[in-house]
Design a protein around this ligand. Structure first.
Ligand SMILES: [Mg+2]
Length: 348
């Protein structure tokens, strides 16, 4: 038997060499959210760039999944390259890219699509060969709606006319809010709500936590066992759990201790990371005890309806790991438990 023949028999490619017992071990790719994971606004999250470059150097496929529909993948890749990552356009999966295959499920190439949104959406729908309209007509077969800062009432009105007349309706993503330096602005989900309220119809959603964007990524990168990294439980982590892939919540973005401790089962990550540097460190063993949990130097117990830090620094991520393990395995629902203030308040 030749060496070549033997290689072909073995259809599972070798996995990259990850540090033993680390969250990377056993995976072949890292799929990461962007905002709150790689950058916050214009600035990189401290340590994120080095950790991702180190994972790429080990042989991991690294790709980015973003619900943000306003920027084309090319523009996102350029931004990430400026931050110090090595990223090609195809390494960025956007919610408009996930919306296009959904259009093909209902439409033929050349059919008329009403686009509400910015260049990131317009370019993808145009490149797929659909005829673009900004005004509802009798020929409009579908509405695809994504966020752009210049979406106005007249755009929502055109979407409503087409949807009410029976056009298919796809939203790139359903994020209710768009955090910025001044607060929480209305996101695409809120704009979809306006059309929903006017028409009584619900859109299909392409972005996280729905399946399509994950399916596009898994197919494009031919990954068998990716690790998904995000900063939001209700999009990143819930979506990863829906498609059955392992996930890590990194505490550099939206959700922190308070959200983790009360997370529903469908939104609980496999790993909790203080920063992406933790990707390369051994993940400590969780020991579940009858009334609590132990992780490394941290021990958290549940006494009656009180969650108590028995041992460990509340600022240490192991204490949060122990507390989540204790709360998630407790027979008392999280809503009936008193959480330790010094832990819940650790990220503000
Ligand atoms: Mg995010």
């Amino acid at each position: 038997m030749s060496a070549l023949f033997r290689r072909r028999q073995d259809d599972a490619p070798a996995l990259p060499e990850a540090p033993a017992e680390s969250p990377l071990a056993g995976h072949d790719a890292v799929l990461a959210d962007l905002d709150g994971v790689v950058y916050r606004g214009p600035n990189p999250v401290p340590g994120a760039i080095d950790a991702l470059n180190a994972a790429q150097a080990l042989g991991f496929t690294i790709a980015y999944l973003t619900n943000n529909a306003s920027r084309p993948a090319r523009t996102v890749a350029e931004h990430l390259t400026e931050l110090g990552l090595s990223v090609a356009e195809r390494d960025v999966v956007t919610s408009p890219q996930a919306a296009v295959p959904m259009l093909f499920e209902e439409l033929e190439p050349g059919d008329e699509v009403l686009v509400v949104g910015g260049p990131g959406l317009l370019e993808e729908v145009e490149a797929a060969g659909f005829a673009i309209t900004r005004t509802a007509t009798e020929q409009t077969k579908a509405v695809v709606q994504g966020f752009a800062k210049d979406v106005q009432w007249s755009d929502l009105a055109e979407a409503a006319y087409a949807v009410a007349a029976g056009a298919a309706w796809i939203g790139t993503n359903q994020d209710w809010t768009l955090p910025n330096e001044r607060g929480l602005a209305p996101g695409n989900g809120t704009l979809l709500s306006a059309v929903h309220t006017a028409t009584g119809t619900f859109p299909k959603i392409a972005g996280k936590p729905e399946r399509p964007i994950y399916d596009v990524a898994i197919t494009r990168f031919k990954t068998r066992n990716p690790l998904f990294i995000g900063d939001r439980l209700d999009t990143d982590i819930q979506g990863a759990r829906t498609v059955g892939i392992e996930s890590a919540l990194v505490l550099t973005g939206v959700d922190g201790a308070a959200e983790l401790l009360k997370a529903e089962e469908s939104q609980r990550p496999d790993y909790i990371l203080a920063s992406l540097a933790d990707l390369h460190r051994p993940y400590p063993l969780l020991e579940i005890a009858p009334n609590g949990a132990v992780v490394g130097d941290a021990a958290v117990i549940i006494a009656g309806s009180d969650v108590i830090i028995d041992r460990g620094d509340p600022r240490d991520v192991n204490t949060l790991r122990a507390a989540t393990a204790a709360v998630w395995t407790s027979e008392t629902p999280a809503s009936a438990l008193r959480m330790p203030e010094e832990l819940v308040g650790r990220l503000g």
